[in-house]
Design a protein around this ligand. Structure first.
Ligand code: NAD
Length: 260
């Protein structure tokens, strides 16, 4: 479906981003992976995906909290492929604490990676997409772009911000063949969710099972975690020509969470 196209997926060495990048590569797009982790494991992932799909797969360790590194990431698509068709802003971190104890430097980091990074990638990517007369920008938001939960002030603020950025940019590029949408997952079982369990146990004085059942899946009527493949399936659809009239939307994939 995407032969000859080039995609960047930020935060794609793990979890949702890796699943989205894999799906785009399987549909024929050249892909730049981005994110942190063990260098050998990342290289294995990159080489395996390239071997399986036959597309070019690169990795950039650009830090999404650093504007100069973000500019270099977009520049890599231009220098390696001469184009950028699909941009997925997916890198994200979480920090869980009551607002009055929330470390200021954690607030800054969550806002930088989960929100400001998307501003920097988008502003650099749009001239390339306008030149092509075609582009797809997909932001991984969250159910927390639509509703809040306690102890996640920075994350909820960043994700609500991503929703606003998505709508605003969609309006600005509506006549340029570029769509801008956000996917709003409920709880997806990834390292990001796994890592926040100890802090939530501490903040709420709960056991691990209580956190899973009463905090995480309490909000999700299906009582099942969303899978990374379900998110990737929607990303592929949003990037397809069939979705050309879908723009400026925040699409929940949340087992009914935000229907309540
Ligand atoms: P994850 O921890 O598995 O993956 C996060 C990715 O971001 C990793 O590749 C990591 O290396 C990368 N990353 C972190 N900091 C970075 C930085 N400074 N620069 C570049 N890359 C960086 O998490 P995930 O659950 O797959 O989350 C991906 C996105 O999905 C995030 O934006 C998250 O907020 C969102 N999301 C997740 C869930 C969920 O339940 N897992 C729900 C809703 C939204």
């Amino acid at each position: 479906m995407f032969d000859g196209k080039a995609a960047i997926v930020t935060g794609s060495t793990s979890g949702i981003g890796l699943s989205i990048a894999t799906a785009f590569a399987r549909q024929g797009a050249d892909v730049i992976l981005n994110g942190f982790g063990d260098p050998d494991a990342i290289e294995r992932t990159r080489a395996d995906l390239a071997a399986e799909t036959g597309v070019t797969v690169l990795h950039s360790a650009a830090d999404m909290s650093k504007p100069a590194e973000i500019a270099a990431l977009i520049g890599l698509a231009e220098s390696a492929f001469g184009r950028l068709d699909i941009l997925v802003n997916n890198a994200g971190i979480q920090h869980v604490a009551p607002v009055e104890e929330f470390p200021a430097e954690k607030w800054d980091l969550v806002i930088a990676i989960n929100l400001t990074a998307a501003f920097h990638t988008i502003r650099a990517a749009i001239p390339l997409m306008k030149r092509q007369g075609w582009g797809r920008i997909i932001n991984t938001a969250s159910a927390h772009a639509l509703v809040a939960s306690p102890y996640k002030s920075a994350y909820v603020a960043a994700k609500h911000g991503i929703a606003g950025l998505t709508k605003t940019v969609a309006l600005e590029v509506a006549r340029d063949g570029i769509t801008v949408n956000a996917i709003a997952p409920g709880y997806v079982w990834t390292p990001l969710v796994e890592k926040q369990i100890p802090d939530t146990m501490k903040a709420r004085g709960m056991t691990e099972t209580e956190v899973k059942e009463q905090v995480l899946l309490a909000a999700q009527p299906t009582k099942a975690f969303v899978t990374v493949d379900e998110i990737a399936g929607l990303a592929v659809y949003l990037a397809s020509d069939a979705a050309r009239s879908i723009t400026g939307t925040i699409l929940p994939v949340d087992g009914g969470w935000t229907a309540q």
